[in-house]
Design a protein around this ligand. Structure first.
Ligand SMILES: [Zn+2]
Ligand SMILES: [Zn+2]
Length: 374
């Protein structure tokens, strides 16, 4: 940071009048309207020096080495202490971060979300899938520098590599400095004169890529699996974003999933329910024998332990529940009817009495399921 007296070319004991004279002369010479945008920085320094030294109070504070009250020293490189205050003020007012310096050209890539449909057995046991993704990878020609090989970005003349330019604005506070991104370099502080032909100066190229995702057992509809750093790389070779894989579970024609348990129902002839039998059932684990005990009732549930969906992040599996649907014959030939009448007689059931009982709550939920009422 140059000294304010040096900037104005006056001695340390110069009078206020001498300071103003020096300022007027220099301002005419270096005003951006006259000398072009390149002189903006110089003009800003001249103005800052004049603002401070022409005000006796500010000049005293400056001479004491404090710049302005509340300022620790003379401010950052290339910036006058006085304008810093307003800069900070305006940045704060605009919700800015107060960050200074050129914006980095390279940024992190975007996250991406991909949906994948799996069937129940993949959810139960887990699966590995290869997914084709539209993505971007670092340009191999420029290695993400965005420049043609052998060339380099050049420092922006307009902002001298700072990425921002200062403007003098008049407001109720008087003459203040505002900071704006440099329009010439887009705020980067550098200009790429020879953009890489391969990636048009983006530093990355679009491509299709195969990503392997390991789907663990126990995933459910809507489960998201995060693949860190598997999304596109950012502009100018920035770090890659994350790829999220969201699970869609295709409905199974037979099995309904409730948590990690699965349910199905099987029709069972009345005689088999009464006498007991062994059913062969196609499960996710192949054909399994299901023991139907003699005297099995309608709506009874036979549970096969551990034949459900694997628990996510744990060991063991849910159960398979087989709901028994006892079928009463609707058509009997003469012989069958005779046999049944004989059975009824033997059991004393020719004219059974009504045995009233309250309806169970479960009955209503079954009615709802069947007829959709409420
Ligand atoms: Zn390139
Ligand atoms: Zn610039």
């Amino acid at each position: 940071m140059s000294d304010y007296y040096e900037i104005l070319g006056v001695s340390r004991d110069a009078s206020t009048e001498e300071i103003k004279r020096a300022y007027r002369k220099l301002a005419r010479q270096h005003h951006p309207d006259v000398a072009g945008v390149a002189s903006e920085e110089k003009f800003k320094n001249i103005t800052a020096a004049h603002d401070t030294l022409s005000n006796p109070e500010k000049r005293r504070a400056y001479d004491m080495g404090g710049g302005m009250p509340g300022m620790g020293g003379a401010g950052g490189p290339g910036f006058g202490g006085f304008s810093d205050i307003f800069e900070t003020f305006f940045q704060a007012a605009a919700g800015g971060t107060g960050q200074r310096g050129p914006a980095p050209r390279s940024r992190r890539g975007q996250d991406a979300l991909l949906r994948v449909s799996i069937d129940l057995s993949e959810a139960a046991f887990g699966a590995a899938r290869d997914l084709e993704v539209e993505t971007a990878v670092v340009c191999t020609t420029c290695q993400g520098t965005c420049c043609q090989p052998g060339t380099h970005p050049k420092t922006c003349d307009t902002c001298q590599g700072r990425g921002s330019v200062q403007r003098v604005a008049r407001s109720f506070l008087g003459q203040v400095m505002t900071t704006a991104a440099c329009a010439v370099c887009g705020g980067y502080g550098t200009i790429i004169t020879d953009p890489c032909i391969e990636c048009s100066g983006e530093g990355r190229v679009r491509t299709r890529r195969t990503v392997r995702v390991n789907i663990p057992a126990g995933v459910d509809e809507g489960t998201r699996i995060k693949l860190s750093g598997q999304s596109e790389v950012g502009p100018a070779g920035g770090p890659p974003g994350d790829l999220y894989v969201e699970i869609r579970e295709k409905p199974h024609p037979v099995f309904t999933r409730r948590g990690d348990d699965i349910h199905c129902s099987t029709a069972l002839p009345m005689t088999a329910a009464a006498l007991g039998t062994v059913l062969n059932l196609d499960t996710l684990d192949g054909t399994q024998e299901v023991d139907i005990r003699p005297g099995t009732q309608p709506e009874e549930v036979v549970t096969l332990r551990g034949l459900g969906v694997g628990h996510l992040n744990g060991s063991g599996r849910g159960d398979l529940h087989v709901h028994v649907d006892v079928e009463v014959p609707t058509k009997l030939d003469d012989d069958q009817e005779q046999l049944l009448r004989q059975l009824a007689t033997a059991r004393g059931e020719e004219r059974p009495e009504a045995r009233l009982a309250p309806a169970s709550p479960g009955m209503f939920s079954r009615l709802r399921e069947k007829f959709g009422g409420r």
